[in-house]
Design a protein around this ligand. Structure first.
Ligand SMILES: Cc1cc2nc3c(=O)[nH]c(=O)nc-3n(C[C@H](O)[C@H](O)[C@H](O)COP(=O)(O)O)c2cc1C
Ligand SMILES: [Mn+2]
Length: 469
């Protein structure tokens, strides 16, 4: 397997684009015509998606900016797989590879000279409006940075955390942020807020997709996602000290916004078209002051199309291995986990177990809920059910569930504040009800119908020219 560490391409955003254009040119579309960042970029991405096309799109000429925009990077499974150096393999092989790399994090190395600091803009020179920041959906409250990898540091443990959080542009040096209650970033920000201190946060824009996969892997608050990103890239991430805040950032990123979250202050933020396919409500959210912009001489800006494949696929595929490892604690015979597209890669989880005793399925469901706060429905089935098929799982529910004894509910549990079925979606409530379903066969389940000997019939003897489809 070619891995990023032995490839001739640099393990950063431009290196991966160069790799795609040389080795998989069908993956990349360049648009040189001027495109409007207000609905023009998202309009083209929407058209592509509706036509079933998910290329990487490079907008070379976004109205009002000199900086090119890379969009749709994570919208195809094939590109995510290629980012790990896997030329072949299905989703199962990809998840297995992610899981193996997540289990082998690599420490970063400190460097003094960084491409991302070739140009430094401080104080009055700070102007995020120079970036090709887009407005995506009809009712969005404004322009949003959607693929910023936010580096923060836990003030108690000193451990780095990385996550993507949306940033509405308020002014040329002021941004909003939505730190959902499901994110570690929310916990870290609240630790600073409680002390009345500004919270340093560096927004890293433009990196290799393997860096994104590592950063977004589900992990505990005490695991450093920069190390997991190193594991995913199979090389240490080079880190450079920020110019104005006490954090380190990847030296080979394209652009970094060095910021502080102001304590106490709040500003109205959103509506914004969110991952469930509905608008996230207007909330009084924290305000970030951009202290410095550092960047390469000719930077590339990167965004994500939230609510669409680009956003859903990335977060969907990488959560299953953490869920499976957690379910294993409750149920050692877990065979597979799937977070299906039908639940927007977030809300529904199917777990296949080889049941050894009654009651195990419910523990498996509880463990899945513990692993992933976004989950609302966990369905546990026997291992011979194909959990990649919604139909097969629904068949197990239809035929094997006694609702009174085989389901359980946990009302008012922590979930996503963007869940359209939360108790107060307009207010951004993060309280939802979770439901576990044991859809395994129970001990008195009747025998299933079967025709003996059908496999060995030579059909052509009976129906000349017969071919099984
Ligand atoms: C494109 C994209 C946009 C996202 N936007 C947000 C967001 O605005 N707020 C949020 O809390 N999580 C958002 N997420 C999800 C988090 O980035 C993800 O849950 C991450 O693992 C959180 O990391 P943390 O738990 O270490 O904070 C987004 C994910 C993606 C892929
Ligand atoms: Mn984290």
């Amino acid at each position: 397997m070619t891995t990023p560490s032995n490839s001739p391409y640099t393990p950063d955003l431009r290196g991966f684009i160069e790799f795609l254009e040389k080795e998989h040119p069908e993956q990349v579309v360049r648009i040189s015509k001027e495109v409007d960042p207000n609905f023009g970029v998202s309009g083209i991405l929407e058209r592509l998606e509706r036509d079933g096309n998910f290329p990487l799109v490079i907008f070379e000429n976004v109205k009002g900016s000199k900086i090119p925009l890379v969009a749709n990077m994570h919208a195809s499974f094939e590109r995510l797989r290629l980012s790990l150096g896997m030329e072949h393999g299905d989703v199962k092989a990809f998840v297995k590879e992610c899981s193996a790399r997540q289990a082998n994090p690599i420490d970063p190395v400190m460097v003094d000279k960084a491409p991302v600091q070739e140009e430094v803009f401080l104080d009055d020179q700070v102007n995020v409006e120079e970036l090709p920041i887009c407005t995506y959906h009809e009712k969005d409250a404004g322009k949003y940075i959607t693929a910023g990898l936010a580096v923060m540091r836990d003030p108690e443990t000193g451990i780095n955390n990385v996550g993507i959080y949306r940033h509405m542009v308020h002014e040329k040096n002021l941004l909003g942020v939505q730190l959902s209650e499901t994110a570690d970033g929310n916990v870290i920000w609240k630790k600073y807020e409680k002390r009345g201190l500004p919270c340093p946060i560096a927004i890293v824009i433009g990196h290799h997709p393997a860096f994104f996969i590592g950063s977004l892997c589900f992990s505990t608050l005490d695991s450093d996602e920069i190390k997991i990103a190193g594991g995913m890239l199979q090389r240490p991430v080079p880190l450079v000290r920020c110019k104005t805040i006490p954090l380190e950032v990847p030296a080979d990123a394209e652009i970094v916004l060095e910021c502080e979250i102001r304590p106490v202050e709040r500003r109205a933020e959103a509506p914004f078209g969110e991952y469930p396919g509905t608008y996230g409500p207007r909330r009084m959210n924290p305000v970030l002051e951009v202290k410095a912009i550092t960047r390469r001489k000719n930077p590339i800006y990167q965004n994500a199309f939230v609510g669409h494949a680009d956003n859903l696929l990335l977060s969907g595929l990488i959560r299953t291995s953490f869920i499976e490892d957690t379910v294993k604690i409750a149920c050692p015979t877990v065979r597979a986990v799937n977070v299906p597209r039908s639940g927007r890669f977030r809300f529904i989880c199917y777990v296949a177990i080889e049941k050894m005793m009654e009651g195990e399925a419910k523990l498996a469901a509880m463990a899945a809920f513990v692993a992933d706060p976004f989950l609302k429905f966990v369905v546990v089935v026997d291992h011979d059910v194909d959990i990649n098929s919604d139909t097969d799982v629904l068949h197990a529910i239809a035929t094997r569930v006694r609702a009174d004894t085989d389901t359980f509910m946990v009302p008012y549990a922590k979930g996503s504040p963007l869940d359209p079925a939360s108790y107060d979606p307009a207010g951004g409530s993060n309280l939802i009800t979770k439901m576990g379903i044991d859809a395994t066969r129970k001990s008195n389940y009747p025998d299933e119908i079967a025709v003996p000997g059908y496999e060995s019939i030579n059909m052509a003897d009976f129906i000349p020219g017969y071919r099984s489809s």
